[in-house]
Write a protein that binds this ligand. Structure first.
Ligand SMILES: Nc1ncnc2c1ncn2[C@@H]1O[C@H](COP(=O)(O)OP(=O)(O)O)[C@@H](O)[C@H]1O
Ligand SMILES: [Mg+2]
Length: 233
């Protein structure tokens, strides 16, 4: 999902998870409307859909160890009661996100921004989700770290078959990662389609402006986009 800052991307993600009330509409997950689900049914779905936020300093409780952060969801969902089993699983999850098993006893402040985001990803993976919503999850990271975290997400998608709703104001990041793109503007979806189509032939003027505003490494592509956007404006 792309769209400039303030276009309603986070609000849409939060509405899907019922963290925020939608005034109208529907959000279908496996044929069921999430917005009309009972609280009991919703608890089951909450496990299947996990979220990773932009700022891990805010989303990870600084007083909890990495072990506690990753295993917290098991308490909430009453999973994996066996302590030694949990310890093994936490170590596996840390390895899966490119951290060391020894990191389990440390606290969030002892990590870099990229590592903290890996902890947040491990925390989401602990519940074996089918969908992970990444809300600007790489936006605050330096370019090289960002590429590493995206590669990790890509790898998880390949190996574990997890789907992602990947939210970013940066169109380049979405282009590299997504199969399908939706474009948000002023709280509405204005365009949707396969990534290639959206980026090569955007049909909505807003999408054209959004893409023109982003720099393309290929100057010819960039010039073409600017021309198109100016012609449409
Ligand atoms: N569909 C909508 N209708 C009304 N207000 C909205 C809608 N979507 C978002 N907003 C409001 O717009 C502001 C920015 O939304 P937000 O979701 O944070 O944007 P983004 O994540 O794209 O930067 C918020 O104050 C939010 O409450
Ligand atoms: Mg947002």
């Amino acid at each position: 999902m792309v769209g400039e800052s303030g276009s309603g991307k986070s609000t849409l993600a939060r509405a899907i998870l019922r963290l925020e009330d939608a005034d109208s509409g529907a959000a279908f997950w496996k044929g069921q409307d999430l917005l009309a689900m009972s609280p009991a049914a919703l608890l089951g779905v909450r496990r299947q859909i996990q979220m990773v936020f932009q700022d891990p300093t805010q989303s990870l409780n600084p007083r909890m160890s990495v072990y506690q952060l990753i295993s917290e969801g098991w308490d909430i969902h009453r999973l994996m009661p066996d302590r030694s089993e949990r310890q093994v699983r936490v170590r596996q999850l840390l390895e899966q996100v490119g951290l060391s098993p020894e990191h389990a006893s440390r606290y969030p402040h002892q990590f870099s921004g990229g590592q903290r985001q890996r902890i947040a990803i491990a925390r989401a993976l602990a519940l074996e989700p089918e969908l992970i919503i990444c809300d600007e999850a790489v936006s605050a990271l330096d370019v090289s770290i960002r590429a590493q975290v995206i590669a990790l997400l890509d790898d998880l998608r390949e190996r574990l078959g997890i789907s992602f709703l990947f939210i970013a104001h940066d169109t380049g990041v979405v282009r590299d990662f997504a199969d399908t793109v939706i474009v948000m503007k002023a709280g509405e979806i204005v365009e949707r389609g396969p990534t290639e189509q959206i980026f090569s032939a955007p049909s909505h003027p807003y999408t054209q402006r959004l893409l023109a505003a982003a720099l393309d490494p290929d100057p010819d592509v960039q010039a073409q986009r600017r021309l198109l956007a100016t012609a449409q404006a």
